[in-house]
Unconditional design. Structure first.
Length: 347
């Protein structure tokens, strides 16, 4: 391939999304603009559980159709691998429906799609957290493992969702089934979940606005990736930033992702999240680029396969009409690769 002097970069990796969903949360967004917080909206019956109704009402095919334009937006910006979580079904059939729809997506678009099971996203209406977690552990996890619908499980640990003990039980059960662990931790509060998830071998801890020294040390010791989600920080009008200096000092690998979802990050643009990681969180352009390639691959357990231009890796790469990589963190909007190659083929 004659690149004509253009910049050659690995295909980008968006390692944390909830991109498969139906409906929207526009009404909540208006409340948010008027000053209501995400936790207040969730406690008033909005949030994750309001998307659940829409997802339950949609067929597998409808979920695929509604998700493809969002993936196409990511693809056009040079994303060649996207991770997508379940977590809006919150019962056995609907969680499996989501994961089957996620599995069907690559038949329609030239991208790798990595599924993650996050049954432990919220307890659905009319169920206690305890009863629902039993269902996740006893029915959903074995079904996901048996049908091989995902090889990684995630959990939302937060005062509006699940607690430390739930994390430990999920991790134990996942390990028995040979499933890898990731966790949403430290988004709204520090519940001690980041260090615990790292000790339990989590591939990544994601969000991390609220974390401390012991968390960073545990992440470094266990090779856990810190996935930063600045678009969510922006949409929730958060002010408490992830402790970047602490993460750097301990040498924790940093990744950057969109968190694309209808509630906290309706952002179908990894380049936007990358820009925000630079300007809002203070990552250097080199950290941002590693965060959307090499370290994002690591958060997915796919290092050595994607996220780098090196022998043995998939030939996922893009050509950019830019003078240098740091220009990806400069112009906001309108940047696109001139050529996209997926598995060695131009798309
Ligand atoms: O990463 N934190 C939990 N999950 C998503 C929000 C999903 C939703 O509100 O629909 C997040 O912010
Ligand atoms: Fe998330």
């Amino acid at each position: 391939v004659d690149a004509g002097g253009r910049l050659l970069l690995p295909g980008l990796v968006d390692c944390h999304t909830h991109a498969l969903y139906a409906g929207d949360r526009m009404a909540e967004h208006v409340l948010k603009m008027q000053g209501m917080s995400y936790a207040e909206i969730a406690k008033a019956g909005g949030g994750i559980v309001s998307t659940v109704q829409a997802v339950r009402a949609a067929s597998e095919q409808q979920l695929v159709e509604q998700t493809l334009p969002r993936l196409e937006a990511l693809r056009a910006e040079g994303v060649t691998t996207v991770e997508i979580k379940s977590g809006y079904g919150l019962d056995l059939d609907n969680e499996l429906k989501m994961l089957r729809a996620i599995r069907a997506l690559p038949r329609h678009i030239a991208m790798d799609v990595v599924p993650t099971f996050i049954g432990a996203h919220a307890a659905p209406k009319g169920t206690t957290r305890e009863d629902y977690l039993e269902l996740v552990l006893e029915r959903m996890l074995p079904a996901v493992a048996e049908e091989r619908l995902a090889d990684t499980v995630d959990i939302y640990v937060e005062h509006i969702a699940f607690d430390l003990h739930d994390l430990e039980r999920l991790a134990e059960r996942a390990a028995k089934l040979g499933l890898k662990l990731r966790a949403h931790t430290g988004q709204l509060s520090d519940m001690g979940a980041t260090r615990r998830a790292a000790e339990l071998g989590a591939l990544s801890c994601d969000h991390l606005e609220f974390m401390g020294e012991a968390d960073a040390a545990a992440m470094a010791a266990h090779g856990t990736v810190a996935v930063l989600l600045p678009a969510t920080f922006y949409f929730l009008k958060e002010t408490h930033k992830p402790p970047l200096e602490l993460l750097r000092r301990h040498g924790v690998p940093l990744a950057v992702a969109t968190d694309l979802n209808p509630g906290t990050a309706p952002v179908a643009s990894l380049l936007t999240a990358m820009h925000m990681a630079g300007l809002l969180f203070g990552l250097t352009p080199a950290e941002v680029l590693a965060g959307a390639t090499r370290n994002a691959a690591r958060a997915l357990g796919r290092q050595g396969k994607i996220g780098a231009l090196a022998p043995g890796h998939d030939a996922d790469f893009c050509l950019w009409d830019l003078p240098a990589p740091e220009f990806l963190c400069y112009q906001l909007g309108g940047l696109k690769p001139s050529h996209i190659f997926f598995k060695g083929k131009r798309t």
